[in-house]
Design a protein around this ligand. Structure first.
Ligand code: ADP
Length: 159
């Protein structure tokens, strides 16, 4: 089975990492799919996200990272995926994900949801953006390659 884990990953967090490390063992191949959202002002460019995710998952041979434009189900069909993966942190996530999942199911793709681990339920890309803007430590929020890329994007390379 080939699964597609779509998202913005701007930036990738330890919450995403937890989902990826749990999901990849359940499927033959896991495609992390970075959605391009023209018009959105990204923190990390799509190319930077591709590069850090590739660095993070070098140890997982069945994980591939790609970027895509357009509709997730069209992309998932193009790459031959059978299922979508998403993470759920809260009831609010559930509420926003269920409509999307229904539409995707009507278009041929069921979604497998993994519950966020308790240590990661409060982590989001937007929290990371706020912590970064405040100049606080990113240690428990993102993996080291991501922290380095973020410091770099601010013009403060880590020592
Ligand atoms: P999107 O803009 O598509 O929501 P995100 O990068 O914010 O993209 O999230 C991608 C997926 O990862 C979503 O299913 C989201 O619920 C899940 N996710 C985000 N953060 C966490 C976390 N801390 N724990 C588990 N799942 C998460």
């Amino acid at each position: 089975m080939r699964a597609c884990y779509p998202g913005s990953f701007d930036p990738p967090t330890l919450g995403h990492d937890d989902i990826i490390r749990r999901a990849h063992g359940m499927v033959d191949e896991l495609i992390i799919a970075i959605g391009r959202h023209p018009g959105k002002d990204p923190l990390l460019s799509v190319e930077q996200r591709l590069a850090v995710l590739q660095e993070c998952y070098r140890d997982l041979p069945n994980v591939r990272i790609v970027a895509y434009d357009g509709t997730t189900v069209h992309f998932a069909r193009d790459i031959g995926a059978q299922v979508l993966i998403r993470g759920l942190r809260s009831y609010a996530d559930f509420e926003s994900e269920r409509g999307l999942a229904e539409v995707n199911r009507a278009n041929g793709f069921d979604t497998l949801f993994l519950l966020a681990s308790p240590a990661h339920t409060t982590i989001s890309s937007s929290l990371v953006r706020q912590v970064l803007a405040a100049g606080l430590a990113l240690n428990d929020l993102v993996a080291e390659p991501v922290a380095k890329a973020l410091q770099h994007s601010l013009g403060h390379p880590a020592p």
